[in-house]
Write a protein that binds this ligand. Sequence first.
Ligand code: GTP
Length: 183
Amino acid sequence: ELLGVSVCTDKLFKVLVIGDLGVGKTSIILRYVNKLFDDTYKASIGVDFALKTIEWNTRTVVRLQFWDIAGQERIKNMSRAYYKGAMGAVVVFDVTHSPTLEAASEWKRDLDSKVCLDSGHPIPAVLLANKCDMKGWDGGFVSSLDRFCKDNGFLGWFETSAKDNINIDEASAFLVKQMMLCD
Ligand code: GTP
């Protein structure tokens, strides 16, 4: 408070959304930002952007700038320029397709080799186990995700569904909290 006028802070965070082809990155962003879901698959090319503004508390507005990076970019080796200045990362895998979980650890390693905080620490990253609405998904390997997160330097994980809107807001709030701590 300054001369009786409350000071409002405005924070902008660049957040990378990465993970293999078709795991649901674009759908998660679309759900979170536009409250929509579209079940037709269009592969992303390069990078898409989306902005979400949240009133974090009465004095803080947080703007999240999502960089939705096409899964196929990994094959071409992710450009360092995409990662520059990122303050947080969301790494997504598809619970119905276990190779995408192994890929998540590669994405995380690639991320940490290309960007870090000014302090030298890795940027906060959260793991999303997406498509948990799918039939046949029994949650079998979820118990091992705590270990996976420890081993790969994720701060936490969430079971999500862009389709049924499960845990997307919660995962985002968790990441924002972590980014605020690092800021
Ligand atoms: P790339 O841009 O190619 O890297 O793919 P992506 O990770 O952005 O995946 P995208 O969001 O395009 O989703 C791929 C397909 O999975 C689409 O057909 C989506 O409708 C579907 N999908 C995404 N999220 C979910 C989900 O939570 N549940 C179900 N059942 N399907 C989903």
